[in-house]
Design a protein around this ligand. Structure first.
Ligand SMILES: Cc1ncc(COP(=O)(O)O)c(C=O)c1O
Length: 388
């Protein structure tokens, strides 16, 4: 018997990421256009890296505040004032080692083993995996897909709620579908949560990538004091900091000690010099984020216009986030198709099967790249589609 079998069943059964599987298959190929993972093509801008390097050089290498340094929590408070129009004291903010860890901490705070969290699918696979590893159950609620458009069906959410349901996980704008809740959707989802006494975990990490202008509708627009919402967020996508692994939670201040304890017993806090980089991102990064957003908007148009023009791809331009989620005529096995596409075209896509129920027939392309490269990728994909 393999010694692996003596490990925790929860650990053993955690699935391999279906995205990483394709990446591992073709990583490092010459001429590859990697649209498979959710990150841009630019490294972190210098003003952010320099702030971290200066802090490191200045000896900021000691244990630090578990909740995050006061300067960073203040910078987040200012950021939410500027971009979300809300006044939140620094006591609402908790710094985590990535958006992924923000999710883990929120899962630990919200659930006991056996509890259920309902979430909308197709979804970024890590949410379900984080729940299952924690001993909770992830209950997928499929979004509707019609004529290339994704929509939420509130009755399906209601139907998924059982006496064991502890909360709802809502990612808007969504990875991978681009579905973006309207203010009315959010108000109705919040109403369901209130009615059943549930928590909401709001993953609004793509809120700034909203192509109608401004930012996407947010639970901040509809919530009242006393609502039970943890927002999970990250520096990864806005400021090109995916490799830093720094994120944050916005939560009710009265939950602060609980969150601090959970941080203490996982990472014991994020390195102070990295937090100094994050302060620079928030305080001096608005222009950089704006440039990232316009680049994404331009590349989204190039990619989606070209693919829609083939008449063989069912999709609309996504309202938000960084992904085109493509249903290509005749593709029934997205995993095989992702391998075939990378072999024949040199374009790396993520298989929709990795995103759970409702995603099986789709392929996901991240468009936060140099628009010229995205144009080349679109041409190669169109040739592939037309030659099938
Ligand atoms: C919906 C969603 N939430 C959270 C994250 C986590 O981001 P990170 O762990 O890089 O901060 C991602 C990353 O792709 C994501 O797509």
């Amino acid at each position: 018997m393999s010694i692996v079998n003596s490990l925790s069943p929860r650990a053993i059964t955690a699935p391999e990421s279906g995205i990483v599987e394709v990446v591992n298959y073709a990583r490092g190929r010459e001429g590859l256009l990697p649209l498979w993972v959710g990150e841009g093509d630019l490294p972190t801008p210098d003003f952010i890296s320099k702030a971290a390097m200066d802090a490191l050089a200045a000896g900021e290498t000691f244990y630090t505040w578990q909740r995050g340094i006061p300067e960073l929590r203040q910078a987040l408070s200012d950021y939410y004032g500027r971009h979300f129009g809300v006044t939140l004291s620094p006591e609402h903010f908790y710094i985590t080692g990535s958006g992924m860890q923000a999710i883990q901490i929120a899962v630990q705070a919200m659930t006991s083993p056996g509890d259920e969290i309902a979430y909308l699918t197709p979804a970024w696979p890590n949410i379900a995996a984080a729940l299952e590893i924690a001993g909770a159950r992830s209950v997928g609620v499929e979004l509707q897909f019609e004529g290339g458009k994704w929509a939420v069906d509130l009755d399906r959410i209601e139907a998924a709620i059982t006496p064991k349901t502890k909360g709802l996980f809502v990612n808007t704008p969504s990875n991978p579908t681009g579905w973006t809740a309207t203010k009315q959707d959010l108000a109705q989802i919040l109403e369901i949560a209130r009615k059943h006494g549930l928590w909401i975990m709001a993953d609004e990490i793509y809120a700034r990538y909203f192509y109608a202008g401004g930012r996407a509708p947010s639970f901040f627009d509809v919530m009242e004091p006393g609502d039970k919402i943890f927002f999970v967020n990250s520096f990864s996508k806005n400021w090109s900091m995916t490799g830093w692994r720094v994120g944050w939670i916005v939560g009710p201040p009265e939950t602060g000690q609980v969150l601090e304890n959970l941080i203490q017993y996982s990472t014991s806090g994020v390195a102070q010099f990295m937090q100094k980089g994050a302060v620079a991102a928030l305080n001096h990064g608005d222009d950089f984020v704006a440039a990232n957003i316009s680049k994404a908007a331009e590349a989204r148009d190039i990619l989606c216009d070209a693919l829609i023009a083939t008449n063989r791809v069912e999709t609309l331009k996504p309202d938000g986030a960084l992904y085109a989620f493509l249903k290509i005529d005749g593709i029934t096995d997205s995993r095989k198709a992702a391998i075939d596409i990378v072999d024949k075209t040199g374009v790396g896509l993520a298989p929709g099967a990795a995103f759970g129920a409702g995603g099986e027939l789709f392929l996901r392309a991240c468009f936060l790249r140099d628009p010229a490269q995205v144009r080349t990728a679109a041409e190669r994909l169109c040739d592939y589609i037309m030659s099938r």
